[in-house]
Design a protein around this ligand. Structure first.
Ligand code: NAP
Length: 314
């Protein structure tokens, strides 16, 4: 297939492009930042400079490249400063998930592109009630914390727009497996504490496994939402010390909820104490997906304890 990957130069795009090519697909890979075209070319794809929020440029690019499938992996999270206000941090990403998705879907429809797969997110989104691990059929959080309302709404919008158009939304877990993963610096500097009982459950996914699931989703027929997460959703109090150890960092500090709220805001307290994890049973069954890193327990060590094995982006 000719596959148009929007966001080919990013964390997941750079893992996805080589896997698509290995499977015999031809890849048109978009980038946004000057200089990232060479990164895309080096991966074996044809680079296409594109701003996803420019509807006429997107239409032109899709018509010019005549893809059979489109993958939307565009976010704007490189070099963002995480603040207490997640909606501010995610503002451009939220536009890429709403306006950008609409623009790509419209171009796909007009150009007769039948397959569409887009990036969504699983962790921190499910309703904070009932059991610790949620399936795709479980309700999303109806009352996200105030500072992340727009971000949650944008992800919900993407899920609905993509599946409504017959495509697949992949709710990835927290990405890891690259030398510049966002969690690494704060954990190394002991700036990521255990808040309260640290019983909030997170789901992770190694970037290579996320890319493998994406290739399978592209070859899958029918609309749907899939949690693309590993086999072991776990409370923060379990995974954070393991991550710190894999990085050779000192163990995380403990802080009470009130102090966690003061330092990180309501969103940080929610994520640390109330969030729910996600199940990958549907993706395993329907996509035939198997994981190279079934748990972050081995994955963190493989990714971070032996730097020679970590793939850096060119
Ligand atoms: N599930 C998760 O946990 C998750 C999800 C997403 C990101 N992240 C993390 O966030 C960090 C940054 O992610 P990233 O490296 O992928 O960078 P990013 O800045 O989020 O960029 C992702 C892709 O989108 C492209 N892009 C950005 N703005 C665009 C626009 N207006 N139009 C079209 N394309 C646009 C980028 O192009 P250029 O590279 O050319 O700028 C890149 O190809 C990484 O550590 C990553 O793991 C985590």
């Amino acid at each position: 297939m000719r596959v148009f990957v929007a966001g080919a130069s990013g964390a997941i795009g750079t893992r996805l492009v080589p896997q698509l090519i290995d499977q015999g697909h031809e890849v048109l890979g978009t980038f946004r930042s000057p200089g990232h075209g060479e990164r895309v070319r080096a991966l074996g794809a044809e680079p296409v400079a594109l701003d996803l929020l420019d509807a006429s440029a997107v239409r032109k690019a899709v018509f010019a490249t005549e893809p059979e499938a489109i993958v939307h992996q565009a976010t704007a999270l490189a070099n963002v400063r995480f603040s207490r206000n997640l909606d501010r941090t995610f503002a451009l990403t939220n536009r890429l998930r709403t306006e950008g998705t609409d623009i790509l879907l419209a171009a796909a429809r007009e150009a007769g592109v039948r397959r569409f797969v887009a990036q969504s997110f699983a962790s921190l989104r499910y309703a904070r009630e009932g059991g610790p691990v949620k399936s795709e059929d479980d309700p999303l959080d109806p009352t996200p914390v105030a500072s992340a309302r727009e971000t949650n709404a944008a992800m919900r919008y993407l899920d609905e727009a993509v599946t409504g158009a017959g495509g697949i939304a992949l709710r990835y877990g927290g990405f890891y497996g690259a030398p510049d993963d966002g969690l690494l610096q704060p954990v190394r500097k002991r700036q990521f504490p255990l808040i309260g009982d640290a019983g909030g459950v997170w789901s992770f996914i190694h970037l290579d496994d996320a890319a493998a699931a994406t290739v399978l989703a592209l070859e899958h027929h029918g609309a749907g939402i899939y949690n693309i997460v590993d086999d072991e959703p776990a409370p923060v109090r379990e995974w954070l010390p393991v991550l710190a150890k894999a990085l050779g960092a000192r163990p995380p500090r403990h802080v009470p909820r009130w102090l966690g709220r003061l330092i990180g805001g309501e969103g940080a307290v929610m994520a640390a104490t109330e969030s729910r994890g996600a199940s990958n049973a549907k993706a395993r069954k329907e996509l035939g997906w198997t994981l190279r890193y079934p748990s972050w327990r081995q994955g963190f060590t493989a990714a971070y304890s032996r730097p020679m094995q970590v793939k850096a982006r060119a």
